[in-house]
Design a protein around this ligand. Structure first.
Ligand code: NDP
Length: 437
């Protein structure tokens, strides 16, 4: 705590990993001798910079931008960019640290990084968003590159923002390279990148259930968020025959007892991606319940939960209610949406719990494939990428089982432990091989 004052999320993320890997390190002293965990928990570098832009009234506005490059032992730094007023150095350090393990888990050669700004995109015109993205890239370009650091989208950064940043990178450097992922299909994007995180989180849920001879079919699913990850988690839940009944944004959540079907989901996509409206409109249109004041959906009964909004949205108390209501599986679509207390509750109850670094790795997995396609200057076919995403998620599940199984006589898998140790071992071995740096 003394080393990272004012960074509770970062401390929380490191603590969670330490809880899982300390026993393993004790049994394998080389990791202790090389001080691997200490080195991983100190980013390679943190860049902080000023972003200047002009609003539509001609006023000069100033925001703060960051790029945290955590670890590049197994590949170029890779991780999203977040635009949200809550962004600060501690949150980005937590995300870059998590990303290092997640990227290792995918089996692809990608290191860990994360960036963003405290800029609030809400209510900004398209022209303002463009000027902000250009201002952001005007500094960021000197720290990134297709073989150095390859950012992607995250909260508040979707295809539109990636496009504006890519345009500015190209203009400054005069190079057409895969410096960002999540690009549009017309200029180097990959099929299914948009769907990959949400789909992947539900594939992981399916794999956890399959491991205990169950399936999501017919089960009620509680989903939070209504952005990129939430929309595609709902879509895949529908494909697999589950019944999603909630979605949310920072105003509150909707509860549709009849289930969110394909048609209602199409409305949410149009509402959020085109009109950038609020989820409350869903309740008005379809006669569902709306719970305001920033309420979260965790008190709604359901067997499955897929939190897809933001960090620490599921408290220990929420977890208790969920367990009482019959929850059997939780798959983190967002990064660290469950507090440590909530995770401990789920583990104590021995329900299926997938941490974000495993469950939401499908997005960065397909981003890795976008990098490969850009390097080769080709685009693979959609069905090939669908298959590869399914394989990546299955591979992550297998790695978690390998390191997280309780052993003979028990089918219980501690996915937190499994994901942390599997990610740790890969990065740690690469660090040891590359010497003390
Ligand atoms: P979007 O910006 O598309 O959507 C975010 C959603 O979460 C919105 O509904 C937003 O509501 C809500 N939300 C954001 N912040 C808060 C908050 N503080 N309180 C309540 N609701 C909030 O982002 P994504 O869907 O891309 O990302 C969601 C999560 O998934 C994040 O944790 C992200 O790091 C993680 N993730 C995303 C990946 C991706 O490929 N996009 C990959 C891996 C992880 P509102 O509109 O009101 O802000």
């Amino acid at each position: 705590d003394k080393r990272n004052p004012g960074q509770p999320e970062f401390i929380q993320a490191v603590k969670e990993v330490a809880e899982s890997v300390l026993g393993y390190i004790k049994a394998h002293p080389k990791y202790h001798d090389h001080q691997i965990l200490e080195r991983m928990a100190e980013p390679d570098r943190v860049v902080s910079f000023r972003v200047c832009w002009q609003d539509d009234e001609g006023n000069v506005r100033v925001n703060r931008g960051y790029r945290v490059q955590n670890n590049n032992a197994i590949g170029p730094y890779k991780g999203g960019i977040r635009f949200h007023p809550s962004v600060n150095q501690g949150i980005l350090k937590f995300l870059a640290f998590e990303q290092t393990f997640k990227n290792a888990l995918t089996g692809l050669p990608m290191g860990g990084g994360k960036g963003g700004s405290n800029f609030n995109p809400k209510g900004k015109s398209d022209a303002e968003i463009m000027r902000f993205c250009q201002g952001f890239m005007t500094e960021l370009y000197r720290h990134v590159g297709e073989d150095t650091d390859v950012p992607a989208g995250d909260i508040g950064v979707g295809g539109r923002e990636i496009g504006y940043m890519f345009g500015q990178y190209k203009r400054i450097t005069n190079r057409y390279v895969g410096v960002l992922t999540g690009k549009g299909m017309e200029y180097g994007g990959s099929p299914i990148r948009v769907e990959a995180t949400g789909y992947g989180a539900v594939y992981f849920l399916q794999d956890m259930l399959k491991h205990v001879d169950k399936s999501p079919e017919g089960m009620v699913a509680i989903v939070s968020g209504s952005g990129n990850v939430a929309q595609h988690a709902v879509e895949k839940l529908l494909h697999l025959g589950a019944k999603p009944v909630t979605m949310s944004d920072s105003d509150g959540f909707i509860y549709d007892k009849n289930g969110i079907d394909e048609e209602k989901l199409a409305f949410v996509k149009e509402l959020k991606n085109k009109r950038r409206g609020r989820i409350a409109e869903y309740a008005e249109k379809f006669g569902a319940e709306f719970h305001g004041d920033g309420a979260t959906p965790w008190r709604v009964p359901g067997q499955l939960a897929v939190p897809c909004a933001t960090q620490n949205e599921v408290s220990g108390e929420d977890a208790m209610v969920m367990l009482k209501n019959g929850a059997i599986a939780v798959s983190e679509g967002a990064n660290m949406p469950c507090t440590l207390q909530a995770v401990h509750q789920f583990q104590a109850a021995k329900i299926l719990f997938a941490p974000g670094k495993a469950a939401n790795a499908g997005g960065v997995g397909v981003s890795g494939l976008e990098m490969s396609q850009n390097s080769a200057r080709i685009t693979w076919k959609e069905d090939e990428l669908q298959r590869l995403l399914r394989d990546i998620m299955q591979g992550i599940h297998d790695r978690c089982v390998k390191y997280g199984s309780e052993g003979e006589g028990s089918r219980y898998v501690d996915y937190v432990k499994g994901a942390n140790i599997a990610g740790f071992v890969k990065v740690a071995d690469a660090m040891i091989a590359q010497g003390v740096v």
